[in-house]
Every structure is written in C-alpha cells, then in structure tokens.
Design a protein around this ligand. Structure first.
Ligand code: ATP
Ligand SMILES: Nc1nc2c(ncn2[C@@H]2O[C@H](COP(=O)(O)O)[C@@H](O)[C@H]2O)c(=O)[nH]1
Length: 219
C-alpha cells in the first residue's frame, strides 16, 4: 500500500473521534479521506431500533433526520454472510466484534483513499489497532480519550444514539479501552479530549507534517 502515511484514530465510543475527524476533514479539503468500514446488517437493524428513542427526543425532525442518516452513512452495510466471506477471502486488513456487532476495514477502503493521494483516516477500536499493528500499513496511531468515565457517559447519553443496553456495552468496552491504551507503545499519541478546541489543535499539530506533504504535492 502506497501514498501518504495513514492515521488510525481510536478510543472509546463517545470520546469524540468522529467530531474531531469531521472537523479535520472540513478544514483541510482534499487532504484526508475516510476509510469507510463495513458492518453487517444487524447493525442497521439496531440503528433502526434506535429510531423511536430518537423520535422521543426534542429535536426538529429535519435535524433528527440528518443526525440519524449521518451515523448510518458512516458505514458500508453488508450481510453477516457476505462479511464473513470477505474475511475468509482476505479482503479485510482487520475486523473486530465491538458491542455485539462486527466491524471491519477492507483493503479496498484504504486503497480507494490512497489512490487519490490522500491521508487515509481509519476509525477503529482497540482490537483493530492491535490487528493493524501486525500489518505493513505503518499508520500514525492516535488515541482519543475522554477526561473521565463520567463525562464519557454523559456524552454518550446526550448524543441520544444508544439504548440503555447498548450504552452499557459501550461503557464496558470503554473501561477496557482506557486500560489498554495506557500500555506503553500502543499509541504514538494519546489526546485527552476535554476541551474540544485544545484537543483539535493538538491533533492538527501531530498531523501537520503529513498535511503539508499532501498540500505541497498538490501545489
Ligand atoms: N470536547 C468535547 N466536549 C463536549 N462534547 C464533546 C466533545 N467532543 C465530542 N463531544 C460530543 O460527544 C459526543 C460523542 O462524540 P463522537 O460521536 O464524536 O464520539 P466518537 O468517539 O466518534 O464515538 P463512536 O466511536 O461511538 O462513533 C458527540 O455528541 C459530540 O458532539
Ligand atoms: N476494529 C474496528 N472498529 C471499528 C470499525 N469501524 C468502527 N469501529 C469502532 O466501533 C466502535 C463503534 O462505532 P459506532 O459508529 O457504531 O459508534 C467505535 O469505537 C469505532 O472506533 C472497523 O472497521 N474496525
């Protein structure tokens, strides 16, 4: 795999990876590309189950619709069988079960981004990080961590995307993630996302060299 050095963003669900990543991509047009993960259809059904809960929220229907679709649009949905077949065929660089759902990064998803000479961003859980370390992808590994479990729980609740059951699963996974990410050498950098502006500046600083390389190559 060639092109600029990819970036792995990891950290507990609700820590702020997507928020930071979307801002990074918006502020740096034609520099980053997102590796769209695959997940199987059960995740879509789970998503649809969240709809009544979301409908109960005091959001304008239009805002609700964009919020909901935005989260669905972050993935390529497939069937469990098709995903397993892809894994068996070696189409995935990594895959992991997270909170009862299967997620995976296909080699094609990364190649699509790298073919455009963009910095490929992968948003994967800690199991994905460990699997990617066994490959020759050579990304920059960044962990986004919440300031505390209490704040993480509040962010996940306020986001209104989880049922009580899925929220508890994510908090359990978060406890494991927060412990494992302390292991020396797992991540190049750990960013504590307390203040969004400060966390974003820190992320930009880390990626500055790669960003400049891509921008210079385009000019
Ligand atoms: N620094 C911050 N301060 C307050 N709220 C924040 C901060 N960063 C993110 N948030 C909010 O926290 C919630 C979770 O953030 P986000 O969806 O980006 O997390 P995530 O790590 O991408 O989660 P997942 O892995 O489940 O996709 C969002 O509602 C977001 O607006
Ligand atoms: N190992 C992988 N983890 C992934 C992948 N795509 C997403 N994720 C992680 O799953 C959780 C939950 O995501 P959500 O969008 O349902 O909130 C989050 O921590 C992601 O980092 C993947 O392809 N591989």
């Amino acid at each position: 795999m060639s092109g600029p050095r990819p970036v792995v963003l990891s950290g507990p669900s609700g820590a702020g990876k997507s928020t930071l990543m979307k801002r990074l991509m918006k502020d740096h047009e034609d520099v980053f590309g997102f590796s769209v993960s695959r997940t199987f259809v059960c995740q879509l059904v789970l998503g649809l189950n969240k709809l009544p809960m979301l409908l109960g929220a005091t959001l304008l229907p239009v805002a609700l619709d964009s919020l909901y679709m935005l989260r669905l649009a972050d993935y390529h949905f497939t069937t469990k069988e098709a995903m397993q077949e892809g894994i068996d065929n070696g189409d995935f660089i990594e895959n992991a079960e997270f909170s009862g759902n299967m997620y995976g990064t296909s080699k094609a998803a990364i190649e699509d981004v790298q073919a455009q000479n963009l910095i490929c961003i992968l948003d994967v859980d800690i199991q994905g990080v460990k699997r990617i370390k066994e490959t020759d992808l050579n990304p920059i590994y960044i962990s986004i961590q919440p300031p505390s479990m209490e704040i993480l729980e509040k962010r996940l609740r306020d986001r209104q995307t989880e049922t009580e059951e899925s929220l508890q699963k994510r908090l359990e996974a978060a406890r494991i993630d927060m412990e494992l990410s302390k292991e020396p050498g797992v991540f190049d950098v750990v960013i504590i996302n307390d203040d969004l502006e400060r966390a974003y500046e820190e992320l930009k600083d880390i990626l500055n060299e790669e960003i400049q390389k891509v921008q210079e190559a385009k000019s």
